[in-house]
Ligand binder design. Sequence first.
Ligand SMILES: *[C@@H]1O[C@H](CO)[C@@H](O)[C@H](O)[C@H]1NC(C)=O
Ligand SMILES: *[C@@H]1O[C@H](CO)[C@@H](O)[C@H](O)[C@H]1NC(C)=O
Ligand SMILES: *[C@@H]1O[C@H](CO)[C@@H](O)[C@H](O)[C@H]1NC(C)=O
Ligand SMILES: *[C@@H]1O[C@H](CO)[C@@H](O)[C@H](O)[C@H]1NC(C)=O
Ligand SMILES: *[C@@H]1O[C@H](CO)[C@@H](O)[C@H](O)[C@H]1NC(C)=O
Length: 306
Amino acid sequence: MARCLSFLFVLLHVLNLGMVILVMAAPTCGPIKADDRDRIQLALNLEFLEAEFFLNSALGRGLDLIEPRFAQGGPPPIGARKANLDPLTNHIIEEFGYQEVGHLRAILTTIGGFPRPLLNLSRENFAMIFDEAVGYKLHPPFDPYADSINYLLASYAIPYVGLVGYVGTIPYLVNYTSRRLVAGLLGVESGQDAVIRTLLYERAHLIVAPYNMTVADFTGKISNLRNELAMCGIKDEGIIVPIELGAENRTESNILSADANSLSYARTPQEILRIVYGTGNESKPGGFFPEGGNGRIARSFLHKAS
Ligand SMILES: *[C@@H]1O[C@H](CO)[C@@H](O)[C@H](O)[C@H]1NC(C)=O
Ligand SMILES: *[C@@H]1O[C@H](CO)[C@@H](O)[C@H](O)[C@H]1NC(C)=O
Ligand SMILES: *[C@@H]1O[C@H](CO)[C@@H](O)[C@H](O)[C@H]1NC(C)=O
Ligand SMILES: *[C@@H]1O[C@H](CO)[C@@H](O)[C@H](O)[C@H]1NC(C)=O
Ligand SMILES: *[C@@H]1O[C@H](CO)[C@@H](O)[C@H](O)[C@H]1NC(C)=O
């Protein structure tokens, strides 16, 4: 009996270790093999997402009316609409929308593109993301288009993912033309992120009605959700953080999210896809991309057992 128990114990221990190794080995945080064109085309998916979200929210119309050729016949986004924004926020988002049109042009003319992927920009999709972030069903469901603060919180999710993707991409680019392109994209993407975060920081302690949570609480929860989905540690931080995540461990304000040396975090294509699919699985589309992203990298992961 004693031997039997100790065997059982050893067996459990081995199983347990096996599981730990499995859990640690499953998410690939490391780099992938791909050429410059594939890497930049992965980002093209996010540029489409940003262009449609900003243009529709600020203007009530998207790429199909502004630069219809850029969509290359891809389906129109689901649920995109004019947001109820104050004039200042509306101007900012309108400018961001036009900037994304420029980014699309730069990518399409420099390396070539593909049809716009199907995008889910519906209120319901954002509501689902926010429910997951807070860990329960918000009542009423979160509406990104209801007002400026909700819209900024919804936008908090978007350029930052592009930014960390670009930071992760640049070191692997071999061609001068691609590096110059991505450096230029990164600059503006991080500027957009900084503007959104600053506008949120100004209202960090505001209660987001009718929820009993502040703006800062929401940013922390959304950042945590993205860290969980990406499965590669902390690379995303809210606008107010524990002091050990602040710049030089000296401040709780965190207007920009960055590492211990205040350098931008970097993410791999798998991490980006896990986040924007909302599934934590680069092979399982969903979230903003119900049918997955386009381009070789995104398609190569699709429906593959990982
Ligand atoms: C770099 O990429 C550009 C754009 O794809 C291409 O036109 C150029 O030939 C490439 N240069 C080299 C050295 O590969
Ligand atoms: C968009 O997202 C919502 C919320 O998850 C979902 O109910 C809806 O089916 C999605 N639309 C498509 C076409 O995937
Ligand atoms: C709101 O949250 C605060 C702090 O989390 C809590 O003390 C308070 O009781 C809550 N109020 C309501 C109405 O739920
Ligand atoms: C801040 O704290 C982290 C650990 O929490 C440490 O890795 C880092 O070196 C510290 N930075 C400074 C400047 O002391
Ligand atoms: C990821 O999704 C694929 C396709 O649906 C599935 O085969 C695989 O088991 C999933 N991986 C994990 C770790 O859940």
